[in-house]
Design a protein around this ligand. Structure first.
Ligand SMILES: Cc1cc2nc3c(=O)[nH]c(=O)nc-3n(C[C@H](O)[C@H](O)[C@H](O)COP(=O)(O)O)c2cc1C
Length: 401
């Protein structure tokens, strides 16, 4: 049983989507940690999981109907939201997301949520076209504005056979997310921690049309910034060119070159935690040519870019209490990572094997090893979201011990 979860009260709303069955697993995970759970099933939710199986797992009455004459005196639509610590909607359907965005309250689930004074966490699940539809994206942005938070959706193969973004996060991911939320609420907030994350590639121009860069997507760094912010840590994300959306509740700074990233990093100090997840281009052309170089004039010399990780680790007056570097290696992974940790004077190195096309740079998945002064901890292949949550859990533990 986890102390953080013990006696926490959760309202779980299950909507009408294929992934409703995953919420049964989630109930089991949360119950095992000592949570009390009350479930609201939408009318469509009942087509996917039965009230009987839900009631057996959560060992509580299942709420289905707003007009329940046997419970008239209780006013469930108000009392349920007052009873709980959080409301979790999983799977949150396109229909329910749309209803919440427009403030409709035409069933028990939407009425409880509208009447709630608690944090509402949504785990969307739908076909990729439904998720990327402009109306769903508008609703999503509206709900972010209203203070709802989202876990997922993730990208992958869907029940319908199509591939893309829209899959519900796994029960483990949702569990980790909620755990981070409680950690934040109960402990981290008191500490007023500040973090800085660098992410993405940098772009070093040779002339007005050419540049050198790498194919880092920025995804792992963005997920770490997201997870830090959700844990209640004031987070600045300094990102090189990336197509990703800005995470919620972070101070977001976009840069192009390594020098700009270095300057913005300096400006963001002091912080308690610095995570250098950016794939900074190590070299840049010695000279930038203001006119496009002609084909036959190819003679480029390179010079080193500023080393942001080393700067943070050695900057004594404003050195963050925890400096974490990333190493992307293709061979001798652990050996090179340990050498980098010593050379850069950082506290942890997180290394990933970028030679494996299934994980790393432009993939949704990663597998990493965290090397600190005492331990080597492996996190096996997992979504970048889950990896980020695990890294952030380790960071938070480091500060609350
Ligand atoms: C087999 C089947 C699977 C469905 N899966 C989803 C889904 O994953 N996500 C979604 O948003 N809607 C899905 N729908 C549509 C919803 O069930 C429908 O929009 C319903 O009105 C949602 O109601 P609710 O939001 O009150 O739960 C599915 C429908 C069917 C018939």
């Amino acid at each position: 049983m986890d102390k953080l979860f013990n006696r926490k009260k959760i309202i779980l709303v299950i909507g009408g989507g294929i992934s409703a069955y995953k919420s049964l697993d989630l109930i089991r995970l949360l119950k095992k940690q000592g949570c009390q759970i009350k479930v609201i099933l939408t009318e469509s939710g009942k087509k996917f999981v039965t009230p009987l199986s839900v009631a057996s797992l959560c060992q509580n009455k299942v709420y289905e109907n707003i007009f329940d004459s046997t419970r008239e005196a209780e006013m469930d639509h108000i009392s349920l939201s007052r009873w709980c610590d959080i409301i979790l909607f999983a799977p949150a359907t396109a229909n329910s997301i749309s209803k919440l965005a427009s403030g409709r309250a035409d069933d028990l689930a939407s009425t409880v949520i509208l009447a709630s004074n608690k944090q509402v966490i949504l785990a969307p699940a739908m076909n990729v076209r439904m998720w990327i539809h402009k109306s769903t994206q508008n609703n999503f942005n509206k709900l972010l504005d209203y203070g709802y938070v989202f876990v997922g959706p993730t990208t992958g193969e869907m029940a319908c056979g199509e591939y893309g973004e829209g899959k519900m996060s796994s029960p483990e991911e949702i569990y980790e997310f909620i755990k981070n939320y409680f950690l934040n609420r109960d402990i981290v907030k008191d500490k007023n921690l500040k973090a800085l994350v660098t992410a993405g590639p940098t772009k070093e121009y040779i002339d007005p049309v050419r540049f050198i860069t790498n194919n880092s997507s920025g995804k792992q760094g963005y997920e770490i910034a997201n997870s830090l912010a959700k844990s209640g840590i004031e987070t600045t994300l300094i990102s090189g060119p990336s197509k990703l959306k800005k995470p919620q509740n972070v101070n977001f700074i976009k840069v192009e070159t390594a020098k700009q990233m270095y300057m913005e990093t300096k400006k963001a100090l002091p912080v308690d935690i610095a995570i250098c997840a950016a794939a900074v281009t190590d070299f840049k052309p010695e000279k930038y040519e203001i006119y496009k170089i002609k084909k036959n004039d190819l003679n480029i010399n390179f010079k080193r870019n500023p080393d942001i990780l080393e700067f943070l680790s050695k900057n004594n007056s404003q050195r963050p209490k925890l400096v974490v570097g990333f190493a992307a290696e293709t061979n001798n992974i652990l050996k090179f990572a340990k050498e980098k940790k010593i050379k850069k004077h950082c506290d942890w190195i997180i290394v990933n094997d970028v030679s494996n096309p299934e994980i790393g740079f432009d993939s949704e998945y990663n597998a990493v090893t965290i090397i600190d002064d005492k331990n080597i901890e492996k996190i096996s292949k997992n979504s970048k979201t889950n990896i980020a949550n695990k890294i952030v859990r380790k960071i938070v533990n480091n500060f609350i011990q």
